[in-house]
Design a protein around this ligand. Structure first.
Ligand code: ADE
Length: 258
């Protein structure tokens, strides 16, 4: 992928902190409002881009992704944000790049199998391999070369970020903040290859599948989806999630433009 493909990259996050700094980094930013959201069009590290905050949940994310494609002409979408861990090897401060996404609260039984999106025949929606590989590479470069330079030592220590890793695999989305060990353990039993839980990615995945738009999702793990999740989440989002998102998206754009 390079600048000759005339890529226009849509960048979605649910919350301000998950995208902080990107709009400010844009060259020639132009803000447009539509459907109660602000879309900022401009250039990010030589990539034509549109940044938007979806707010939380699948409907909000689906609406945002649809408008990005249909009204603002994006050709590719990246979602960046935080998630709860869905696997014991996936730690707070790690990054998960999705290979596929599933709606864990989709259940139209007995009409359709659990998790299947009715009348698509699909439980899982795959991300674009090229875009995901570039994103995972950008995330690995960031953790290896820059994390210690951009985060204060106290945050590195508090969240044990020295060990941070990139994982690739399945992310599940639902209109629920998962905050109990019983709930996340049940989901893990039902979906053994689960890596992370969040509230938007699979909705973006379905929209992009239906519209034929390549997309990927990056999530920084903010909590373990257990009883401590809400406290951990707020602290983490404020101090760690913003620099992660900013620098990984910067590196992604530099790779895509290169
Ligand atoms: N996003 C971040 N942490 C989450 C959790 N525990 N459940 C759902 N979405 C999340």
């Amino acid at each position: 992928m390079n600048s000759h493909t005339k890529m226009r990259l849509g960048i979605i996050s649910a919350l301000h902190e998950e995208q902080q700094g990107l709009v400010e980094a844009m060259q020639g930013p132009q803000r447009r409002s539509h459907g109660m959201r602000d879309y900022t069009l401009g250039t990010l590290w030589n990539i034509d881009a549109v940044c938007v905050l979806s707010r939380l949940g699948k409907v909000a994310a689906a609406m945002t992704a649809s408008i990005l494609v249909e009204k603002y002409g994006v050709t590719h979408i990246v979602f960046t944000g935080v998630a709860g861990s869905g696997d014991k090897h996936v730690k707070v401060g790690d990054i998960v790049v999705a290979e596929a996404l599933l709606q864990h609260d989709m259940d139209a039984r007995p009409l359709f199998p659990r998790f299947e999106v009715p009348l698509t025949g699909l439980q899982r929606f795959a991300t674009d391999l090229e875009l995901s590989s570039q994103l995972a590479g950008a995330a690995e470069d960031f953790l290896r070369d820059e994390l210690v330079k951009v985060l204060p030592g106290k945050d590195m220590q508090e969240f044990a970020l020295q060990q941070a890793q990139v994982h690739r695999g399945l992310i599940a989305s639902g209109d629920q903040f998962i905050g109990s060990a019983a709930h996340i353990n049940q989901l893990k039993a039902d979906i053994p290859d689960l890596l992370a839980v969040e509230m938007e990615g699979a909705a973006v995945a379905q929209v992009c599948f239906e519209l034929g738009v390549p997309f990927t999702v990056m999530r920084t793990i903010s909590d373990n989806a257990n009883e401590d999740a809400a406290v951990d989440f707020m602290q983490f989002v404020q101090s760690v999630a913003s620099p992660y998102a900013f620098h990984v998206i910067r590196k992604l754009c530099q790779r895509l433009a290169g």
